[in-house]
Design a protein around this ligand. Structure first.
Ligand code: ADP
Ligand code: ZN
Ligand code: ZN
Length: 655
């Protein structure tokens, strides 16, 4: 009897496939039940191969009537594995719905049902402004397969433009994928689209139960529903006849996954569109320098919307020098007076501070004792609502000591401020009734965030105090004032991404204001009032900021003119990291301009382990990848590599 031999992938940490035999042919991309090391496991049949010289086991069962990854999906998965230097089995596992990984009971994926083409009838609720119309036309008439960067300032109505483009695809019976950087943004976007496309909109993200996720995955395959809004994990959703991909807030660093497979969903989406030869729109009010550079060199097409929907001007940012000032709970007199006035006028104000908790330091006033987490060598953060000290790196929780454990003094103090302290200050000291805390602690459970947004919308007056969550696409009515605290470190950080990250946050958080009236004000408290970056951002004009940074950097070896791959190592023994990374440099004879490090990561220690990295860099991606291939070979000859854990991070964002 003729036997067929297949390469099968398993979710293992080694970059290897395994050969199994079967009596009949199996379609590539099907799930198969196999015996591996005396255990039943589910693998994916990847490809037919020659009869090997060793003895092979039989495939026990082909589980599906239909493949779970088609040809293009498999091509994308292999590309991902190669690009991110990550084992193919684990890459596949990352994008397999959890429900299909269960052995008990096994689920069978049926053949794709046939669905008749329909004629859809949509009602748009708004008529496009002339700027939106121009953008829509420019997008529709683009004939090349280059990604389109929709660079539209905050409040310019990008969502409405997406909706028009989506309608074109759906009318042609094509499916549409829309990615957002965070789960928190999906309800708002899908509600907007449901208002137009009714039952043609589904949401897919890790907050949905595995069973439900699988149902949506099946819907996507069948083409029963056309429009899918999702986060990172949705990037490979098997949408039938996929005809358009939109990546909203493309600049957002949350598109990068920071555990397991360290991929960027934005970049995978671009690759997917490229393989399928379908249009992709990257939308943002503050595009990444990477994307703007791609436009400059003609690899992306830029479509601008430089006016807000109701032609309000975006708020100007007033740079407020706080050097030598007495601050009250981190706020200057000017900030406090302006907040009070805004609330008295029956309007909303917002304070942005990128720090949750009550205070970032809890220490003794008598000696030099500071509460630190021993696992992470970092300050414990005071959380007043829980009456506990919390480590933000490992989530360890400690009781608040009544006396200094070092000198027994009772002069213990909370130093500095986070969202909770400012909330308490506004309520107690300024007697403001409506204070809304907008951070991850206040929105832990599903539905919390929506309820909070609702409460804010219903009370026109008050103060929102929040973290970077505020910078993400939310639309608040009557927001007249934004006070920005503590973003100075973005000006001084060594990370090549810090400056744009700071600019994104500042412009995005400012962009929440004055969307209705246009009279809004932004106060930026800083100790670097004459820093050129702040000067450039003063007019609230992100594009001119980006232009000048790009021209400054064109002559330097730095992002976005340079690419990075980081080798990250973690060990309980600091010197092991250093030895390991130093040996890579010497084994590979790296030139000075090819690397940086070994250096500690910004999260220097976590859960008892020290984190270091060696950053390899080049102006050429191809050369950079070749270098890493050679480094991987060298690593197998370094004994320390087996005494610590290390990983490759391609296009890292954390330095
Ligand atoms: P962006 O994402 O570009 O910051 P949004 O898509 O959130 O902007 O739109 C800002 C606001 O303008 C939303 O409240 C939206 O409903 C409204 N809007 C968008 N387009 C129009 C239009 N053509 N006419 C009236 N209102 C609009
Ligand atoms: Zn003490
Ligand atoms: Zn800790």
């Amino acid at each position: 009897m003729k036997k067929y031999f297949y390469k099968v992938s398993l979710p293992l940490a080694i970059d290897q496939t395994f050969i199994y035999q079967h009596d009949s042919q199996i379609s590539n991309g099907s799930r198969v039940l196999i015996n591996f090391k005396n255990k039943d496991r589910i693998g994916i049949a990847l490809d037919l191969c020659k009869k090997p010289s060793f003895k092979t086991l039989n495939v026990k069962e082909v589980l599906d009537e239909s493949v779970i990854f088609n040809k293009v999906d498999l091509e994308l998965l292999f590309w991902t594995s190669k690009y991110y230097f990550h084992p193919i089995g684990q890459v596949i596992d990352t994008f397999t719905p959890a429900y299909l990984k269960k052995l008990n009971p096994k689920v069978e994926v049926k053949a794709i049902p046939k669905i008749d083409n329909k004629k859809y009838d949509f009602k748009f609720k708004k008529s496009l402004t002339s700027k939106q119309k121009d953008a829509f036309k420019a997008i529709i008439k683009t004939k090349s397969n280059k990604p389109i960067l929709l660079n539209g300032i905050t409040g310019s109505g990008k969502t409405e433009v997406y909706a028009r483009v989506i309608a074109e695809s759906v009318q042609n019976n094509q499916g549409v994928l829309i990615l957002t950087p965070e789960i928190a943004l999906t309800p708002q976007l899908s509600a907007y689209l449901k208002d137009i496309f009714n039952d043609q909109v589904e949401t897919y993200h890790s907050g949905v139960t595995p069973k439900r996720r699988y149902e949506i995955w099946e819907k996507a395959r069948s083409g029963e529903t056309k429009i899918y809004v999702g986060t990172r994990s949705a990037v490979l959703l098997p949408i039938k006849n996929l005809g358009l991909i939109i990546v909203d807030e493309e600049h957002d660093q949350s598109y990068k996954q920071n555990e397991g497979l360290l991929f960027s969903a934005r970049d995978l989406a671009i690759k997917r569109a490229d393989l399928l030869k379908i249009p992709i729109i990257l939308g943002s009010g503050t595009p990444s320098l990477r994307s703007l550079h791609q436009c400059e060199v003609g690899k992306y097409i830029q479509v601008l919307i430089d006016e807000r929907v109701h032609s309000q001007t975006p708020p100007e940012i007033s740079i407020h020098d706080t050097n030598g000032m007495m601050l009250n709970c981190g706020l200057s007199d000017l900030s406090i007076q302006t907040i009070k006035k805004t609330v008295a006028d029956g309007k909303l104000a917002m304070i942005f501070i990128n720090r949750r908790g009550y205070a970032p330091e809890f220490s003794c006033g008598q000696c030099d004792w500071i509460a630190t987490c021993h696992h992470c060598e970092t300050n414990m953060v005071m959380h007043i609502d829980r009456e506990r000290l919390v480590c933000h790196r490992c989530e360890s929780v400690f009781a608040i000591p009544p006396r200094c454990p070092n000198c027994m003094s009772d002069r213990l103090d909370s130093v500095g401020q986070g969202t909770q302290r400012i909330e308490a200050f506004l309520k107690k000291e300024l007697s403001i009734k409506n204070v809304f805390r907008f951070d991850s602690d206040a929105t832990k459970n599903t539905g919390d965030l929506e309820a909070l947004v609702d409460r804010i919308q219903q009370s026109t007056s008050g103060v929102i105090v929040g973290t970077q969550m505020l910078t993400k696409g939310h639309d608040f009515k009557d927001l007249e004032l934004v006070v920005v605290l503590n973003i100075d470190h973005g000006l001084t950080s060594v990370s090549p991404f810090a400056l744009e990250d700071m600019a994104h946050k500042l412009i995005q958080v400012s962009g929440r204001a004055g969307r209705e009236s246009g009279r809004a004000k932004v106060i930026l408290q800083t100790r670097y009032p004459s820093h050129p970056t702040l000067q450039r951002l003063e007019k609230g004009d992100y594009n001119s900021f980006a232009e000048s940074v790009l021209s400054d950097r064109a002559l330097q070896n730095i992002h976005p003119f340079y690419f990075y791959i980081s080798i990250k190592s973690a060990s309980t023994r600091l010197e092991r990291n250093i030895n390991f990374l130093s040996k890579i440099i010497s084994y590979e004879n790296l030139n000075e301009e090819e690397f940086a490090g070994p250096m500690p990561l910004s999260i220097y220690k976590q859960r008892g382990k020290y984190n270091h990295q060696l950053v390899i860099m080049s102006a050429s991606r191809t050369k950079l990848h070749q270098k890493i291939e050679s480094i991987l070979k060298a690593i197998s000859r370094i004994p320390e590599s087996r005494q610590l854990s290390w990983k490759i991070d391609v296009d890292p964002l954390q330095f």
